[in-house]
Design a protein around this ligand. Structure first.
Ligand SMILES: [Zn+2]
Length: 379
């Protein structure tokens, strides 16, 4: 290799070969520039950086106190082997009771309640659903309320779950969108209050799904993977309108307890969520598939959990397995820093533990559900 005093060589060599001293005297010393080929570009779905941060790790495989998952979807009329495997997994993570939100109605619901009560008493409760495909039948609201009453009194339903099609994808015969606060639906909400059952309702989607789909969109990866999740402004009402409709409806039916699913999709704006909870005493939230918002703001998140400790419930949505639940436990219970969420498309950012007190944990894990969902006991 030839070197030239006074010149810096541009070399394309491995880093280990650098810093060779040339000649014998200091005047001959060479500093070589490390020039490398640019690595190949890669797509955002492939880019998956592993943090180099070395900090204490506190994996939590099992919740500190028995908990209720108020946001589950399981067919409780499934075979014995399927159900017993599920219960074993529930046992391993400390889940005392799962709420199955996909109960349906009529015999389908009743069969699930019977099966679960016979085989695993205390481990499951079932929420009924309203069939919005019948929205344009005369007296829909009253009929749906009557069906709900039968589902609770005869079928054994412990609550009502409303899916996100209400508000976003359900239309009246005249082509107008069915709004969550439409007075024609009022009999359903009133009936739930009369029956003393909560309504768990999913309205809208993460706010980013309503934003322009460009390089600034925080959920671009997910919307690239699942284009059908986008809620473009030419087809959907704005996020704020959907949430306003939901919260207005809650206020109008003050005797009914509402659990707004996924932190009411306001986990990214806890000030706003707090104001909603302050002005709507019959409103609760659960954290399913939205806790990643809390996990990136541990100080504000902890304060929020302290302040609204009687209004927040544990939920997970897609069961996913013990490793996914472990991320929830770790956010609630530890002071760990910058650990990954279990789905990059939901959160490419690191999570931080809130280090919640035992008092708050007991309420979020079980006490609040015991208070508002019939058939749930923290015993
Ligand atoms: Zn769900």
């Amino acid at each position: 290799m030839t070197t030239f005093p006074g010149r810096i060589l541009a070399l394309s060599v491995p880093a280990a070969a650098l810093l060779l001293a040339a000649g014998s005297g200091a005047a001959d010393a060479q500093v070589r520039r490390n020039e490398q080929e640019r690595p190949p570009s890669m797509t955002i779905e492939r880019y998956d950086p592993v943090s180099m941060l070395v900090v204490p790790q506190t994996p939590i495989a099992r919740a500190r106190f028995p908990f209720v998952d108020v946001h589950g979807h399981q067919n409780l009329a499934a075979s014995d082997s399927v159900l017993s495997a599920l219960v074993r997994q529930m046992d391993s993570i400390g889940m005392r009771t799962m709420v199955n939100l996909s109960g349906g109605s009529g015999e389908r619901l009743a069969a699930q309640v019977r099966n679960a009560r016979a085989k695993y008493p205390g481990r499951f409760v079932v929420f009924a659903n309203v069939d919005f495909s019948r929205i344009n039948e005369p007296n829909f609201g009253r009929d749906a309320a009557a069906q709900l009453e039968r589902d609770v009194r005869e079928g054994g339903a412990a609550g009502l779950k409303i899916f996100k099609n209400l508000g976003m994808d359900t239309y009246w015969a005249d082509g107008s969108r069915v709004r969550t606060d439409d007075p024609r639906l009022a009999p359903i909400w009133e009936k739930a209050g009369d029956l003393g059952i909560p309504v768990l309702i999913h309205t809208a989607e993460p706010a980013a799904f309503f934003e322009p789909l460009d390089e600034h969109n925080e959920r671009y990866l997910e919307l690239w993977m699942f284009p059908g999740r986008a809620r473009p402004a030419d087809k959907y009402p704005p996020f704020d309108s959907l949430m306003a409709e939901q919260h207005r409806m809650f206020k109008r039916h003050a005797q009914t307890k509402f659990i707004s699913a996924h932190l009411s999709w306001l986990g990214q704006d806890l000030g706003r969520l707090g104001r909603a909870l302050d002005s709507i005493p019959n409103m609760y939230v659960e954290v399913a598939a939205a806790l990643y918002e809390i996990g990136r703001q541990p100080r504000a998140g902890r304060e929020f959990f302290e302040r609204y400790q009687d209004r927040i419930l544990m939920g997970k949505d897609t069961f996913g397995g013990p490793e996914e639940f472990a991320v929830y436990f770790r956010i609630f219970e530890t002071n760990d820093e910058y650990f990954p969420w279990y789905r990059k498309r939901h959160a490419f950012w690191g999570m931080y533990g809130l280090g919640l007190s035992d008092e708050v944990l007991r309420k979020v894990y079980c006490g609040n559900a015991e208070r508002i969902v019939p058939g749930v006991s923290c015993g």
